[in-house]
Write a protein that binds this ligand. Structure first.
Ligand SMILES: [Zn+2]
Length: 243
């Protein structure tokens, strides 16, 4: 259970509505001063729901905590299939109760005088829309779609040993589009060179296609600590962006 020290500032960049919800804003005494370190907890992701409980975005921990602190969002905490809503103060109280019995899959951030459990899901308090997000085609998305499996030799590789290959090479006017790019290990990419698979006598494991779901979300869901996201993502639209 990673624990990091962090600063919480209302000035952190937070998209979405700027209107403040009612109720007292957390006292400035809640501001946390101290060194900021980066480790697993700050690299965690938080699913953002709109006011109507529809998944709209995925953000980093800093942004999620900033929105919570500024009362633009509340925590949706899932326990035994039930969920409860918490503002910053009550989430801090929940965290205090759980601080001595941290679970392995939970992440925590540490302030000077308290620790806060990293929420997995937050809900925007005054944002009803479902913004249209583009499914970005980039290296990370292609590798995620192909699950880090070289589409020529069928073997799984760590990310740094993988590349993106144009099935029809760019030198042959092959386009950079979902249907023409695949994950390839460095050896297969070098072997294929500027040839088509047929010319290089290589066969694709799977015909590339545009994913119906954001591959980055799929990767997140393979991590058990994001299990609760399924409650809002199963059967829902998936073309939400990962921030
Ligand atoms: Zn390969």
């Amino acid at each position: 259970m990673p624990v990091v020290r962090t600063n919480i500032h209302c000035t952190a960049r937070a998209r979405g509505p700027r209107k403040r919800a009612g109720g007292p804003r957390p006292s400035t005494n809640d501001s946390v001063a101290g060194p900021t370190h980066t480790n697993g907890a700050l690299h965690a992701s938080v699913l953002v729901l709109n006011r109507l409980y529809m998944a709209v975005h995925v953000v980093g921990v800093r942004r999620a905590i900033a929105m919570l602190f500024c009362q633009r969002a509340e925590v949706i905490h899932v326990e035994d299939g039930q969920f409860a809503n918490h503002d910053f103060h009550s989430w801090r109280r929940v965290s205090r109760l759980q601080v001595d019995c941290k679970r392995p899959l939970d992440d925590w951030i540490a302030a000077v005088n308290f620790e806060l459990q990293v929420p997995r899901v937050i809900r925007l308090l005054s944002f009803d829309r479902v913004p249209r997000q583009k499914l970005h085609l980039n290296r990370r998305a292609v590798l995620a779609r192909d699950e880090s499996v070289c589409q020529y030799c069928g073997r799984h590789f760590p990310l740094h040993q993988l590349s993106v290959d144009h099935v029809i090479p760019q030198s042959r006017n092959g386009k950079t589009e979902w249907e023409n790019v695949v994950c390839a290990c460095l050896a297969c990419n070098a072997k294929k060179g500027g040839h088509t698979p047929k010319e290089a006598r290589m066969r694709l494991v799977r015909r590339p296609s545009r994913p119906k779901r954001d591959p980055a979300i799929l990767l997140k869901l393979s991590d058990p600590k994001y299990e609760t996201w399924r409650m809002w993502l199963n059967g829902a639209r998936w073309d939400i962006g990962v921030g």
